[in-house]
Design a protein around this ligand. Structure first.
Ligand SMILES: CCCCCCCCCCCCCCCC(=O)SCCNC(=O)CCNC(=O)[C@H](O)C(C)(C)COP(=O)(O)OP(=O)(O)OC[C@H]1O[C@@H](n2cnc3c(N)ncnc32)[C@H](O)[C@@H]1OP(=O)(O)O
Length: 174
């Protein structure tokens, strides 16, 4: 890879307020709207890392444990966890805040993968990512296993080639 960049250089924070047009008939934030915001905040982090056009390649499982209510302030924080050849894994954390009630809860966490492309949509190399803090190092370490899992599920990698993934299940060939 041509260049190195620190993980913290990609940190992106986006704040939204849940308005009536964002909600379902129960006055809760619609999942699709949240996923749209997550895609944008994660794409900006990926762009900060590689200074290139990026496309969303995949979004890992997102579960909706708690509803986010009309009037809540939603903060989305994203950061690139690791880069590979042309792809970057981005971690997104979502918190919802009821400011008058002084209540703030973490509602969602997810990993998205973006690929840097040239003007013709062809994948291009991205800078290496350097983690510094203990949290960044932990995310960096886990990224290889998560990548192998998503590539196996997308039928882009043979399960037997997912060496790091197999090792956590003690499935190494004897
Ligand atoms: C400077 C600051 C400015 C800030 C201010 C700008 C603000 C800016 C805001 C923009 C906010 C909106 C941004 C939304 C972005 C979209 O929503 S884009 C629209 C949705 N996405 C698409 O249309 C993508 C469609 N797919 C594709 O074009 C191609 O499949 C891809 C992703 C380019 C991959 O192409 P390919 O020919 O399969 O290439 P291949 O060489 O096999 O694989 C390339 C890489 O993709 C990875 N990959 C492929 N499939 C997958 C998969 N399913 N899962 C994981 N990885 C995969 C491969 O592992 C490989 O990774 P590396 O080993 O190179 O690291």
């Amino acid at each position: 890879m041509s260049k190195q960049k620190f993980a913290k250089e990609s940190v992106t924070i986006m704040t939204e307020m849940v308005l009536p047009n964002d909600t379902n008939t129960l006055n809760n934030l619609m999942g699709g709207r949240l996923m749209h915001w997550m895609d944008i905040v994660a794409a900006i982090a990926a762009q900060k890392h590689c200074n290139r056009i990026v496309v969303t390649a995949s979004a890992d499982s997102i579960s909706f444990k708690q509803p986010i209510n009309l009037g809540n302030v939603v903060t989305l924080r994203s950061q690139v966890t690791r880069s590979f050849n042309s792809s970057m894994e981005v971690f997104i954390e979502v918190t919802a805040e009821d400011i008058p009630a002084k209540k703030k809860i973490m509602t969602h966490r997810a990993f998205f993968t973006f690929v840097a492309v040239d003007q013709n949509g062809r994948p291009i190399e991205v800078p290496e990512l350097v983690p510094e803090s203990p949290e960044e190092k932990e995310l960096f370490e886990g990224a290889l296993r998560r990548r192998q899992l998503r590539l196996v599920l997308a039928k882009r990698m043979k399960p037997e080639d997912a060496i790091e993934l197999k090792s956590i299940f003690n499935l190494d060939d004897k």
